[in-house]
Design a binder for this molecule. Structure first.
Ligand code: PLP
Length: 474
């Protein structure tokens, strides 16, 4: 038998461990330094037949699991896009786990459903979307975009696809800088990869609207059905902003579903002076951003907004006898607002986070990150050996080390070495992309505990290893 007071004892111990972890996270290397297979070989390949003491499990956690953790909560995290947790969000997540609610329908926990309605209205207002949008929480932006594509598919086919499968070729359009999840969603939704049409971008890596309309007309002339356009606000490679106002007008002219993927950048719309990139968002059919990236809410929590929520529900509705309740006509049953039946009580952590930080607290953090980004740019922009490879939007800087007379291949090798040397120090973690054929480093600022000294350390390491690499090559 498991002792009754064990949960309380280890609950306290684990909260202490998390509190220490968060205050001392800088002592860990940001990127885990283990080799592939190292963690797997350190833990038992067989499940224990008899239960083990908590002491042993906790000790193995500290000794064997923590070394294989890449520390997303580290203030020198500059890789990909950040995934912010926060103490208050962790506490709410503990309550969610404690309650163990599965909120598939209103009856299975009215608080889970109704709090979701309330916080999604808060979020919608916070980012400046009009109240013609209704929100629902999805696990990730990938899933939210898949929901948008399926709703678009059903709208274009008048629900025939749900009944009979595809009757014609339906097309989806997006920019060449779109996130990889768009291709994945197109495949899962059954459009077929060949029906994802990539539109070229301009010198700012933003979709060229003047190429979108001819692509749509060409498809119509070939008997295809233009079904959905996915615009991006804050592309993953370079934080490019598509001209969504113009795209929205083209979509409305041809009756095409317009979905906006603002997975990372969407949080910046909470700050009035940064909101200009949202111009035209009110004309979209659906919009997603991830509080689990930049809004202090631990993974997973993706905010999906849709204009016609009935379209979403009709696309996903199922009505088995065992899920029918007397409340159905008066409530939202979120099982019909997305893919999964079972749903976690995610709104609780959003409610805790927004109440504890307040809208102004979140704004303050975003402004701090934008200011830190400007500082970093001011340090590198006058460096003759560093080239900024894309316009800097919000908090992402794309740059690379250059060397006179070097070919693109040589520069790619040089910059890959620079990135690996920096990451091997464990003091900073940054990642790369390729822009216009140029291997490019990305410094993405977005951790709530990042201060100027962390950004300065990143700059100093870039300088130090750039000098080393350039000297070696002379
Ligand atoms: N869209 C963009 C622009 C992103 O940057 C990302 C992830 O970084 C995603 C979508 C995918 O987000 P998720 O992991 O929530 O599916």
């Amino acid at each position: 038998m498991i002792p009754q007071d064990e949960f309380r004892k280890y609950g306290h111990e684990i909260v202490d461990w998390i509190a220490d972890y968060l205050s001392e996270v800088e002592k860990y290397p940001v990127k885990s330094q283990v080799k592939p297979g190292e963690i797997k070989s350190s833990v038992s390949p067989e499940p224990p037949i008899n239960g083990e003491p908590m002491e042993t499990i906790m000790s193995d956690f500290r000794e064997k699991i923590v070394p294989g953790i890449t520390h997303w909560q580290h203030p020198s995290w500059f890789a990909y896009f950040s995934s912010n947790s926060s103490p208050v969000s962790i506490l709410a997540e503990m309550l969610t786990a404690g309650l163990g609610v599965q909120g598939m329908i209103w009856d299975t926990s009215p608080s889970a459903t109704e709090l979701e309605e309330v916080v999604m209205n808060w979020l919608r207002d916070m980012i400046g979307l009009p109240d013609s949008f209704t929100g629902v929480i999805q696990d990730t932006a990938s899933t939210a975009t898949l929901c948008a594509m399926i709703s678009a598919r059903e709208k274009s086919s008048s629900f025939i696809t749900n009944q009979k499968g595809f009757d014609r070729t339906y097309r989806v359009y997006t920019s060449t800088q779109t996130h990889s999840s768009i291709e994945k969603d197109v495949k899962i939704a059954g459009f077929g990869k060949e029906n994802l049409i990539y539109i070229e971008t301009d010198e700012n890596y933003a979709l060229k609207p003047e190429l979108l309309e001819p692509a749509i007309i060409k498809d119509i002339n070939h008997g295809h059905v233009p079904c959905c356009v996915v615009g991006t606000l804050g592309s993953t490679s370079s934080m490019a902003m598509d001209p969504i106002d113009k795209i929205a007008d083209i979509c409305s002219k041809y009756g095409i579903w317009f979905h906006i993927d603002a997975a990372f950048a969407g949080t910046a719309a909470i700050v009035p002076e940064f909101r200009s990139f949202m111009k035209g968002a009110e004309k979209a059919d659906s919009f997603v951003f991830n509080p689990h990236k930049w809004m202090l809410t631990n993974f997973d929590c993706s905010a999906y907004f849709i204009k016609d929520s009935l379209q979403l529900q009709r696309s996903f509705a199922i009505m088995p006898e065992y899920l029918k309740t007397t409340a159905d006509s008066q409530v939202n049953n979120y099982r019909d607002w997305g893919i999964q039946l079972g749903r976690r009580f995610r709104s609780l952590k959003l409610w805790f986070v927004i109440r504890r930080y307040g809208v102004d607290g979140i704004r303050e953090m975003i402004r701090k990150h934008v200011n830190l980004t400007a500082k970093f740019v001011s340090w590198i922009e006058n460096d003759p050996n560093i080239e900024i490879t894309a316009p800097v939007n919000l908090t992402l800087v794309c740059f690379r080390l250059t060397k006179r007379g070097a070919t693109e291949e040589e520069l790619a090798v040089l910059n890959k070495s620079l990135m690996e040397m920096i990451n091997a120090t464990g003091q900073v973690y940054l990642t790369h992309t390729v822009l216009s054929g140029k291997f490019t480093l990305r410094l993405a600022i977005g951790r709530h505990n990042t201060e100027e000294r962390h950004v300065r350390l990143a700059y100093d390491l870039i300088r130090q290893y750039s000098d080393e690499l350039l000297n070696q090559q002379q």
